[in-house]
Ligand binder design. Structure first.
Ligand SMILES: [Zn+2]
Length: 339
């Protein structure tokens, strides 16, 4: 499975299981958004179908045989994806379709694979309905459940499907993959290195997310949010007080859901500075430019950063409790002794 970035250990395990004929007929892949869950599921499907499987010296899936191609191009009628399609939960209707569909024979493969996306968004009813099918599926049927948090699945489901967790991918892996696979990435890396490095940080080690952010329409609001967080930290740490902090308040959103993201971003920026205070080499999750983080950090004390961090967390909490947006922000500034 040479085409997967990251998840090497997991990929190798799945491949060995397939070659040894001991792949569980149902399993769960758990991991954050953009960590390669879907890619892993498709690669498993291709490895099961690949006609190079019996040749000992070739990579499986080969990616070039007709079976592999059909699966990677999303054209195999025997690989069936079920998902929320924009809804917040995956209801019993989707599972009902699946319960009937499993009884029709595959078209051109010797198995049918159901990939259930957002499996942790299945309602309890849907999970119970699925359970019956998971217990006694026809012999040619396989399931892969994808989710961010397997703990949200019923214990009865988890006991029938082992949980595999995707592995964190490094920024360097994401960089290499997106440059190889999307021309926009290579162009951006060349023409605007700083923006590109920010994109990598914002993608949080997710290849899927990084590819989405290559669309300027998706990246622009994220970049603006990051800029706001950096400006707040910049002004907070230079000790210039209310005069410069107040104008920043108007850049925060009045919409609670957007404000929640802005505050989470600010919290990450402050956390980075706290980590830097402990060690210049600490792994960062917000600042793309380490020197800039060190510069900001050198301006203030650890206790100031702790207070600021605590004030931001309090603001996140107040926002979640529907407190007045303007008051939440003013309280944040006063808790951090900025005004
Ligand atoms: Zn193949």
């Amino acid at each position: 499975m040479g085409s997967i970035v990251g998840n090497e250990r997991l990929t190798q395990k799945l491949c060995l299981d397939i070659l040894a004929g001991r792949l569980a007929h149902a399993f769960i892949i758990e991991g954050k958004r953009g960590t390669g869950k879907h890619t892993l599921a498709l690669n498993t499907a291709a490895a099961l179908a690949c006609s190079a499987k019996d040749a000992t010296d070739s990579d499986v899936p080969c990616g070039t045989c007709p079976e592999c191609k059909k699966i990677f191009e999303g054209k195999s009628p025997d690989i069936i994806t079920v998902g929320c399609e924009g809804k917040t939960t995956l209801g019993v209707d989707a599972v009902r379709f699946l319960k009937e569909d499993v009884h029709t024979a595959p078209n051109d493969l010797d198995f049918k694979l159901y990939i259930i996306e957002d499996a942790d968004k299945m309602t309890v009813q849907a999970q119970n309905a699925l359970l019956l099918t998971l217990e006694e599926p026809p012999s040619f049927v396989r399931f892969i459940l994808l989710c961010e948090n397997a703990d949200l699945l019923l214990e009865t489901i988890r006991s029938r499907a082992p949980v595999l967790r995707t592995e964190p991918i490094s920024n360097a892996d994401v960089d290499e993959y997106i440059c190889k696979n999307d021309r926009r990435a290579a162009q951006m890396k060349l023409s605007s290195t700083q923006e590109y490095n920010e994109l990598l940080m914002a993608a949080k080690n997710g290849i899927g997310t990084a590819l989405e952010l290559l669309d300027p329409k998706t990246f622009a609001p994220i970049r603006e949010m990051r800029r706001l967080a950096e400006d707040v930290v910049d002004n907070a740490t230079d000790g210039s007080g209310a005069r410069r902090i107040f104008p920043l308040l108007s850049r925060f959103s009045q919409k609670r859901d957007v404000l929640a993201k802005q505050l989470a971003c600010l919290s990450e920026a402050v956390n980075d500075l706290i980590l830097i205070k402990k060690s210049d080499n600490a792994p960062l999750c917000f600042f793309a430019d380490r020197d800039r983080a060190i510069e900001l950090c050198d301006r203030c004390s650890m206790s100031f950063l702790y207070e600021l961090g605590k004030a931001v967390l309090k603001a996140i909490d107040n926002n979640a409790r529907n407190a007045n947006v303007r008051l939440t922000l003013i309280k944040l500034m006063s808790d951090a002794s900025l005004i």
